[in-house]
Design a protein around this ligand. Structure first.
Ligand code: SF4
Length: 457
């Protein structure tokens, strides 16, 4: 039995009767895992990727360790406000992914169903509610959600708040951007600040908020530059790194760890040579002193570790979450020289800088502008633009079980991508519940699609 199997089985055996033991066991397991995640000799992960895994694991452990500083949130909660108050956000997608990574999701999913949560409900939220009802997650300091993207963001947090007997804060986000809409959300964010201040018994430190906004802006600039380079350089990637990036690019925005990661990621990609083709532009010099941004790269170091890189490799953009436990996908995509996993659209949905003279107003704008907010056509346009910019050969749209948003918009998105000349595959699965994805079917469909792509070489 592998260590992960042992971990999952121990949690499963104990979580109903001994939630306290299970909580401690999970924290010890995650701490051990964090130590293992340090980069070692021969490790194919880039320095930024090793740091990314450490940073997300650290954030998860911290949020679980001290409920008095934990804010249970959805992915789009304005992270900088939370960090400025010294809070640690815990979101459904991040938390349930970690449960699934440790093979302990099943018990919590079933427990939630026993408590009346429908089996057709998104498994990120179902696993979270299982953890709430079973006592794994202690009463957090705050519960904050918004109307963004999915209806689960409303019902899950309502149920959690009712379970703990506490108030929740809800941000209503209009679908269309206008000055009235921005003012409407801004007013709600002012109320959120007052809500946090009252709950914490102290005022928000405006310097801490400004610092968080500055870090976000620098992080966004590094993300943009990274994407510019991704258009013309290769960048070894793997499925779970894309999921970890989603956490850093949302709930950890405004932290030192997020900024460090985005800076390292940019430094890493600059070590790779420029490939033929691509429309990578805007290499306008370093963001700060000491960065290597000469647009050249060299043949040492990283490049020697990927000697078999195939210039005919297929470039693939991913849409939505990734089932990172799925072995057939990992075999096909992790560090593959043949099929390059470029980016998930959850990693470029909100590349909006904050206005330092109106932080709340620009956070409101960011919430409204997020390409997952509003009409599915907005996301389709954004993903299609990115696919063209990165010269993607193909797109894979992952429809998460129980997610009305991804399922409902999938065919609009597919049609937009196909019209732009991007081969597109729509697949169904469950990114949390291993029972919800048939590995054999997934492998067969994926291989058939990739063979079709290879045939077009
Ligand atoms: S997968 Fe869909 S339903 Fe689940 S959290 Fe994400 S957007 Fe919401």
């Amino acid at each position: 039995m592998s260590a992960v199997d042992f971990f999952g089985k121990t949690v499963e055996r104990n979580f109903r009767r001994r939630p306290r033991f299970t909580r401690g066991f999970l924290r010890i397991g995650y701490a051990a895992q964090q130590r293992l995640l340090r980069r070692r000799r021969g490790d194919r992960r880039l320095p930024s990727q090793a740091f990314l895994e450490q940073a997300t694991m650290r954030a998860m452990r911290r949020a679980l360790a001290d409920p008095s500083r934990c804010a249970l949130v959805n992915m789009f909660a304005p992270a900088e406000l939370l960090h400025a108050m010294g809070l640690r956000p815990l979101c459904a997608e991040g938390f349930s992914s970690f449960l699934s990574g440790g093979k302990c999701e099943r018990g919590y999913l079933d427990f939630a169903s026993e408590k009346g949560v429908p089996e057709t409900y998104c498994s990120y939220h179902r696993a979270l509610l299982g953890a709430v009802h079973s006592g794994l997650l202690q009463k957090p300091r705050f519960i904050i959600t918004s109307s963004s993207v999915c209806d689960a963001n409303t019902s899950t947090f309502r149920e959690a708040a009712s379970h703990y007997g506490m108030e929740k804060f809800y941000i209503d986000v209009p679908h269309e951007e206008s000055e009235e809409a921005v003012a409407y959300v801004r007013t709600q964010l002012e109320r959120l600040v007052a809500f946090l201040e009252e709950g914490m018994g102290r005022r928000m430190d405006q310097d801490a908020l400004r610092l968080a906004a500055l870090r976000t802006n620098e992080s966004v600039r590094y993300q943009r530059k990274f994407i510019d380079e991704l258009a013309r350089r290769e960048f070894p990637n793997y499925i779970s790194a894309e999921m970890h990036r989603i956490i850093v690019g949302h709930n950890l925005l405004g932290t030192e760890d997020a900024l460090k990661f985005f800076r390292m990621q940019y430094e890493d990609i600059m070590e790779f040579p420029v490939q033929g083709g691509g429309t990578g532009l805007n290499v306008d010099g370093g963001i700060r002193d000491g960065l290597h941004v000469d647009g050249g790269g060299d043949d040492s170091g990283f490049n020697q570790r990927f000697p078999d890189s195939d210039p005919r490799a297929k470039r693939i953009i991913w849409c939505h979450v990734l089932p990172y436990y799925a072995v057939p996908l990992k075999k096909l995509f992790d560090f593959s020289d043949r099929y390059r996993l470029l980016i998930s659209d959850l990693n470029f949905d909100q590349l909006t800088e904050l206005d330092e003279s109106d932080i709340l107003g620009s956070m409101a704008r960011r919430l409204i502008r997020n390409h997952f907010n509003g009409s599915a056509l907005r996301r389709a346009e954004s993903v299609t633009d990115m696919a063209k910019r990165l010269e993607a050969d193909a797109a894979i749209i992952f429809c998460q079980w129980g997610c009305k948003h991804s399922n409902g918009g999938a065919f609009l998105l597919r049609d937009a991508l196909v019209a732009a000349g991007v081969n597109t595959l729509v697949i169904d699965g469950d990114a949390v519940d291993r029972r919800g994805t048939n590995d054999g079917q997934l492998a067969t469909r994926m291989q058939a699609f990739l063979e079709m792509l290879d045939g077009g070489r």
